[in-house]
Design a protein around this ligand. Structure first.
Ligand SMILES: [Zn+2]
Length: 310
């Protein structure tokens, strides 16, 4: 477990207090990560608010996923050349397992994902929501010429996971984390969060519905899991600072964006499959066409089976 650096905590807390109000962002499909130095003290789970709060949305849909095999254009809105090179290197971890490609375009080019390196927060829009935003991801790091910050790797991979449509692993209904609720309430009641009990209930103890979570098994090693401090659980359970893709992360993203799934057998895999309909309730095994790809309903999500043949 990483030791809390109190000086940094106080500084980060003061800065966050000035610049950010978690709850004001709750309607956005953007999530804000804990500031690394402050650990959990400044977490905002605004993407959980959106996922759980919008009951009308129902089960997960393939709508946040990119088209399988897609080239996703990414550009930087700021940050040093040195940090940008590192972000490209770290983000490319996903390309090893997912059938997507990041194309890094110049600041003046149109792009799907727009990354700013700076400020004091880490957040990203979810999946294809990135397209509609002028600034869709933020990595709150500053290049002062010193060593590359340790957290840049894990944060970059995590935020690009959101940009590919992944949610948080601690939202997994199978997580079963035995929270030490009084401690969590007390710590989140402090600045910069100033959260009421109801907000803590909703943002921290709340879980995604089973049919809207991504994983079929709980994976505390996931890059999409937050750090959990020992003092926040009743059984000394904790989750460290994950900064690489876990085995399940690799397997899962390869199911969302499978390689070699495109129709190569001569038949049309889209034949007889109806278009996705947001008002239809689908069962496991059902197939739909969405954005020119066939998706099959699984217990927890949708699997992209590949693009329709032309
Ligand atoms: Zn996150």
């Amino acid at each position: 477990m990483k030791k809390l650096n109190l000086t940094k905590l106080v500084l980060a807390t003061a800065v966050s207090l000035l610049l950010y109000n978690c709850e004001s962002n709750s309607e956005e499909v953007v999530e804000v990560e804990p500031v690394a130095a402050a650990e959990v003290a400044s977490m905002c789970f605004s993407d959980i608010m959106n996922a759980e709060g919008d009951k009308a949305r129902g089960v997960s849909t393939p709508s946040k996923h990119w088209v399988n095999g897609q080239t996703i254009r990414v550009k930087f809105l700021g940050g040093s050349t040195r940090f940008q090179a590192k972000v490209k290197e770290y983000a490319s971890e996903w390309e090893k397992y997912a059938n997507i490609k990041f194309q890094w375009v110049s600041p003046n080019s149109p792009a799907d994902v727009k990354v700013y390196i700076g400020g004091d927060r880490h957040w990203s829009a979810l999946g294809t929501d990135s397209k509609a935003r002028n600034h869709s991801m933020n990595l709150g790091y500053h290049d002062n010429g010193g060593p590359i910050p340790y957290g840049l790797r894990g944060t970059t991979i995590h935020e690009f996971g959101h940009a590919l449509g992944l949610s948080h692993e601690h939202q997994n209904p199978l997580a079963g984390i035995k929270w030490n609720k009084p401690v969590v309430y007390e710590e989140y009641a402090r600045p910069p969060n100033n959260w009421s009990k109801a907000t803590v209930d909703f943002n921290i103890f709340g879980q995604l519905r089973k049919n809207s979570s991504k994983y079929s098994e709980y994976d505390p090693k996931s890059i999409m899991h937050y750090t959990v401090l020992q003092r926040h659980t009743l059984d000394n359970f904790s989750v460290g600072n994950n900064n690489v893709l876990s085995a399940i992360d690799k397997k899962f993203i390869a199911e969302v964006y499978p390689r070699g799934a495109n129709n190569t057998g001569g038949g049309n895999i889209c034949k007889g499959v109806a278009n996705y309909n947001g008002s239809t309730s689908y069962s496991v095994g059902d197939k739909v066409i969405f954005k020119g790809n066939v998706f099959e309903r699984t217990r927890n999500d949708w699997t992209n089976l590949g693009a329709c043949a032309n």
